[in-house]
Design a binder for this molecule. Structure first.
Ligand code: ADP
Length: 494
């Protein structure tokens, strides 16, 4: 089964969120399941040097931005990776989607249009490469348009799987981008790429896919309804038979507190208590907070309304009533939220420390040194941070939604007795519900024996990629039942 797996971000090459982690680890698990897979991502600035690449194909200059080339390298996990190279579109400072000030790139339609055009070209009979995928597996709106190109070209095409990691980004652009992207107006219809008088990459992804996947069973149900369907609920409900929810896994090689090079003191089960204490002391020191015997609450997150950050801001003054309680935050995002958290840190200098920025190392140290992770997302397709936190013995406080509902078991009298409790879950996305739930967690923290029991349960949870990779392979086979799953011997050559 030959799979071209396209993603706008891949850890460790480019990362703004969970999709990078997925693209950095699911493909390796698919290889182990017998897929013959290539990853495809734009060649953002600096990525070619990190990967170490050689050119393997030239696709021409469809958009007048200079020639599009395909560069090939191999990730440390053994996955062969192709980069779509076009310096005018991708070789610039800033992030994959936004400039350094957090403003969307004005030519994102072209940047990701060209990326999709290249994916489609490599999947078509016209590809200059001998390797032709049986499945084109796209991820999120940035990969949604490839199916539209293939439909426009009307050629034989591979099976199309489209994975949705977040419905909230429709990838919408004004109608004049349709001809600019080389798409025929015949596709700009309600059954095609048109959405509220705009071109929507996300809609194209859904419409042209043979099957649609999202990243947790609960989110797969939620997006068939308002508000989580974000306007696409009717379309998704109509395609319910083609829609599945496959839970993300974690890469426990990267997220292993026993062997984590970022930590002050790596720890295992036997050393849990001492390890947590050492990492907590180091974290408080690193964040400039005084030592404490009280709980350390933490956030590692994009700062957005989706993530319920405003709820944390409202609830925090009450949660911090006890002076020994500490709160640390690592995040970037909406400027208003960044300033509000910085103001909270200013107002409570001994209790709250805020680091605005993106830091892989600090994110590991926070998950190791904190006691409680706050993740009150209004909606959460899967969520990975709570999964990582559990492995680090940091108990999550989460809103019962999407993947958070599927991965965290609330601590109740019953779940404590049966040894199934792994965190704290609340039902309404309100500041008071969050506050009560955080206070329940703080209450249990005061009982070290019970706390340890829940930590042990949480640390035992394994959300690895093997089971999920098998589910994706089963989906590929449902799309292309006649393709054999040969072991990936053709990894050696293009
Ligand atoms: P999403 O993809 O919606 O942002 P997830 O929980 O699925 O949320 O994944 C978030 C990923 O990004 C996790 O690996 C988390 O540790 C990481 N992350 C988020 N913000 C930061 C940050 N400021 N610095 C470092 N890592 C971060």
């Amino acid at each position: 089964m030959k799979v071209l797996f396209t993603s706008p971000e891949i850890y460790p090459l480019a990362k703004t969120g969970g999709l990078a982690d997925v693209a950095g680890s699911l493909p390796a698990a698919l290889l182990r399941e017998g897929a013959d897979l290539r990853l495809l991502m734009p060649a953002y600035r600096g990525v070619t040097e990190t990967l170490g690449v050689r050119p393997v194909a030239s696709l021409g200059d469809p958009f007048g931005t200079g020639p599009i080339a395909i560069l090939e390298g191999t990730l440390a996990n053994g996955v062969k990776t192709w980069l779509v190279d076009n310096p005018a579109l991708y070789d610039r400072d800033g992030g994959p989607y936004q400039d350094q000030d957090g403003t969307d790139w004005p030519d994102n339609h072209l940047r990701f249009g060209a990326f999709n055009w290249a994916a489609a070209r490599l999947s078509s009979a016209d590809s200059p490469l001998a390797w032709h995928p049986d499945i084109l597996h796209g991820n999120d709106w940035q990969c949604g348009l490839a199916g539209a190109y293939l439909a426009a070209w009307g050629e034989q095409r591979p099976g199309l799987l489209f994975s949705i990691h977040n419905m909230v980004y429709p990838g919408m652009f004004p109608p004049e981008t349709v001809p600019e992207l080389g798409l025929p107006w015949s596709l700009y219809v309600v059954d095609g790429v048109e959405y509220w008088s705009h071109l929507s990459f996300l809609k194209a992804g859904i419409v042209y896919a043979d099957k649609i996947a999202t990243v947790s069973p609960t989110y797969a149900r939620e997006i068939q309804d308002a508000p989580n369907g974000c306007g696409f609920e009717g379309l998704l409900a109509a395609r319910a038979r083609d829609l599945s929810g496959i839970l993300n896994g974690a890469d426990y090689k990267v997220w292993d507190p026993g062997r984590d090079p970022a930590l002050a003191q790596p720890f295992d089960d036997a050393g849990l208590e001492a390890g947590k204490a050492a990492n907590k002391a180091a974290l408080l020191q690193e964040m400039g907070l005084p030592p404490s015997k009280g709980p350390v609450l933490a956030v590692v997150s994009r700062l957005s309304e989706q993530k319920g950050m405003d709820l944390i801001l409202s609830a925090m003054p009450t949660i911090l009533a006890e002076p020994e309680t500490r709160f640390v935050l690592l995040g970037t995002g909406e400027h208003g939220l960044e300033s509000a958290f910085l103001a909270l840190a200013d107002a409570r200098p001994g209790q709250v420390a805020v680091h605005v920025g993106f830091s892989e190392g600090l994110s590991h140290r926070i998950l190791a040194g904190a006691d409680i992770l706050l993740m009150p997302s209004r909606f959460e397709p899967c969520g990975l941070t709570q999964i990582y936190a559990m492995r680090y013995g940091t108990l999550p406080v989460v809103h019962r939604t999407g993947g958070l509902a599927d991965t965290v078991i609330d601590t109740t009298y019953d779940s404590l007795l049966t040894g199934t409790a792994t965190g704290f879950v609340f039902d309404q996305p309100t500041a008071s519900a969050l506050q009560w739930c955080a206070e329940r967690a703080i209450g249990l923290f005061a009982n070290p024996a019970q706390w340890r029991k829940v930590q042990d349960n949480a640390r035992r949870q394994t959300f690895d990629w093997e089971a999920s990779a098998r589910d994706y392979m089963a989906l590929y086979r449902r799309i292309r039942p006649n393709v054999a799953v040969a072991r990936a011997e053709s990894q050696a050559h293009v």
